[in-house]
Every structure is written in C-alpha cells, then in structure tokens.
Design a protein around this ligand. Structure first.
Ligand SMILES: Nc1nc2c(ncn2[C@@H]2O[C@H](COP(=O)(O)OP(=O)(O)OP(=O)(O)O)[C@@H](O)[C@H]2O)c(=O)[nH]1
Ligand SMILES: [Mg+2]
Length: 352
C-alpha cells in the first residue's frame, strides 16, 4: 500500500488503511461483551474518517438526551404547503411579489395594512411550531426509517422502538414524517429516491430542503456495500448546487465484516467523481441500526451522530428534552395503537 496520504476533505484515509488493527477497534474493558463480537466499530470509523472524536462526557449527554426525550410523530406531509406555517409564508411572499410599483396613497395604505396582517398571521403560525429540524435522506431501502428508530431508542431495549415503519422492500415511506423529539428538535424521515422513488416525492423532499427555514442539516444515508450510484451522485450534485448543508451517514455497517469491505468504503470516497462532489467536506458517520442478538447495546457510531445532530441544531450536548419519555398523553397512545392495528391488517393482506 502506498504510504502517501490520500486526503479527502481532511480525511486521512491512508492512515485508516495503514493501521494493522484499525477495523476492529480496540474497545475499553467497560464495553459490554456482546459488542466484542461486533465486527466493526462505527465510532472508530467516524473518528478516523473525519478526525472527529467526541469526549465521553459529550457522548453520554447526547445519549441521555435521545434516551429520555419523548418522541411524537407530529405531521405526515404529502404536500409541502400543508406544513404548519408554510401556507401563510407562501401567501405572504405572494402578496409581496404582487405588490404594484405604482400606487396612490390610499392604495398603499390599504396594501400595507394587508401585508402587516398577513405577516402577523405568518409569524404566529410559525412561532407556534418553530423548532430546528434535520432530515434523513437516501435511496429507497437504505435504512432511513430504521436509523430514526435506532436513534430514538434507549440502549436497554432488545429491539428498537418502531416510531417509523420499516419494511424489507424499497419505497415504503411515502411522505415526509416529522418526529418531534422532546419538543426541542424534529427529525424528518423521508421517502427514498432511486428506482422505487417517485418524481413528486423527490420534488417534495427538495422543496422542503430548499424552502424550510428551520432545516438545519440533511443527513444523506448510503449503504457502503452498494456504494454510490447515479441517483446518489445526482442528489449530491443538487445538494451542492443549492447550498444545502449535509453530512453522510453510512448505514448497515454491521454487514461489513472484513477489512476488504472497509477498503471499499475508502475506495468509494477516493473515487474521482465522489471526490469532486464532496469538496464541501461533509462529516461521515458510520452506524448499524440493525443489531441482532446483542440488542441495542451493540449499536455503534450513534453517540457521534446524536451529538452531531444536536450540534447542527445549535444545541449543546447538555440540552434537556422539554417533554420526557414516559409522559405519554392518552391521545398519542391511542394513535400508536391504531397504527399498529392498521399495520397488522396491511401485513395480513400482503401475505394473502
Ligand atoms: N443489517 C442491517 N439492516 C438494516 C439496517 N438498517 C436497515 N436495515 C434493513 O434495511 C431494510 C430497509 O430499512 P428501512 O429503514 O425501511 O429503509 P428506508 O430507507 O426507510 O426505506 P424506504 O422507506 O422504503 O425508502 C429493512 O429490512 C431493515 O431491517 C442496518 O443498519 N443493518
Ligand atoms: Mg422508510
């Protein structure tokens, strides 16, 4: 292997590859035994591919935030303007655009009053719901919904909570789903792009990414085993072109069992078209949302991602959720039960 460092966006890939033992990270003795069987450590990869490491204190605070926050599916949106506050904003902007250049004093006064009224309406609608938001974006079936569930599930659980529905087949999440996390931020799960994605879903995602004032960062998910295809490249181009801030999350790293595979991630990042697309220097995260027998304790790379999300939203890792897990209101519980029933019926029909 060449000893010459290959730098990509500040990542010293050669250093990662040159290390003899790097890909099965050395773990501190306190790590639960189940994790010792985990082939690759997401935290290790995140640290090395980014020169980014968080302190144990920050890791534990970020973990506590996500473990204790109450999670609520707030909105499922098929039409961007149905998002609270967006119709009012749209109407306000339309009114401003349609303002004639020449008006007499009476007309000006009337219009200004209308503009002020519309603005007040817009501000009120937005203030009622304003929270920082981050979006999960990625090809169909890459693991967006699974990542959301894993991010929001406490470590002691055997299997993740099922806030977002997950299926083996591609194209399952049809719309934008907004999850309120402890009334402090929102995570948006999106429909996948690629073969099973539909044009209107892509438009909806980009309309959101471009227009939503509260959108702080987009997390673009990739499967390291599948690499990057023309859809991913097109999405990256659009994100760059439109100046949308994004980081990249490699999912399903539990399937990477050999150093060979990690070399492939390096090759992917080193690939000339990728290098050109990634000049904006996103951060790379590595996670496994599916954990098998070891339960959620065998997740890796999550604390870095959780910390990164809080950081993107301008929140310190010491932030506390305003609504705590366990303080469910009856309405939410009923909604959850109704969704479960609906899912079961759907699955029954699918099997028939
Ligand atoms: N091994 C492994 N499987 C995963 C992981 N994350 C997701 N999966 C599996 O990948 C499949 C798709 O997961 P989803 O979370 O539904 O993917 P999605 O990106 O939300 O898919 P769409 O909503 O259809 O776009 C499911 O069978 C998951 O169990 C992971 O980290 N490791
Ligand atoms: Mg999904």
């Amino acid at each position: 292997m060449s000893t010459k460092s290959k730098l990509l966006g500040g990542i010293n890939i050669a250093k990662v590859l040159a290390a003899e033992t790097p890909l099965v990270a050395k773990r501190p003795p306190s790590v639960p035994s189940a994790q010792k069987t985990s082939p690759i450590d997401g935290s290790y990869l995140t640290a090395h591919f980014n020169n980014f490491k968080i302190s144990p204190k920050d890791a534990s605070r970020a973990k506590n935030f996500f473990n204790s926050a109450h999670v609520e599916l707030e909105w499922s949106i098929y039409d961007y303007l149905k998002l609270p506050g967006e119709t009012e904003k749209h109407e306000y902007e339309k009114l401003l655009r349609s303002r004639p250049t020449e008006m007499d004093a009476e007309e000006t006064e009337k219009l200004e009053a209308e503009v002020a009224e519309m603005k007040a309406k817009m501000v009120k609608a937005r203030n009622d719901t304003v929270l920082s938001e981050v979006m999960l974006l990625g090809r169909c079936n890459v693991g967006k919904s699974s990542l959301l569930n894993a991010l929001l599930s406490p470590s002691q659980l055997k299997t993740p909570e099922s806030y977002a529905r997950v299926r083996d087949y591609a194209g399952y999440t049809p719309c934008l789903n907004f999850y309120n996390i402890g009334n402090v931020l929102r995570i948006v799960d999106s429909p996948g792009y690629g073969k099973k994605g539909q044009a209107w879903q892509g438009e909806l995602c980009f309309r959101y990414l471009e227009r939503r004032k509260e959108m702080r960062r987009c997390y673009l998910l990739m499967n390291p085993l599948e690499g990057m295809n023309q859809y991913d490249q097109a999405i990256l181009e659009q994100l760059n072109l439109k100046g949308i801030t994004y980081d990249i999350v490699f999912t399903k790293i539990d399937r990477i069992r050999t150093a060979e595979r990690v070399k492939e991630i390096q090759e992917l990042l080193d690939f000339e078209p990728t290098r050109e697309l990634l000049t904006v220097k996103p951060r790379f995260y590595f996670v496994n949302s599916e954990t098998g027998k070891g339960g959620l304790n065998t997740r890796t790379g999550f604390e870095e991602l959780r910390y990164g999300m809080l950081e993107s939203c301008g929140l310190g890792s010491g932030v506390k959720p305003k609504r705590l897990r366990g303080v469910y209101d009856k309405k939410m519980e009923a909604q959850k039960q109704a969704r479960k029933m609906k899912d079961k019926e759907k699955e029954k029909k699918e099997r028939q």
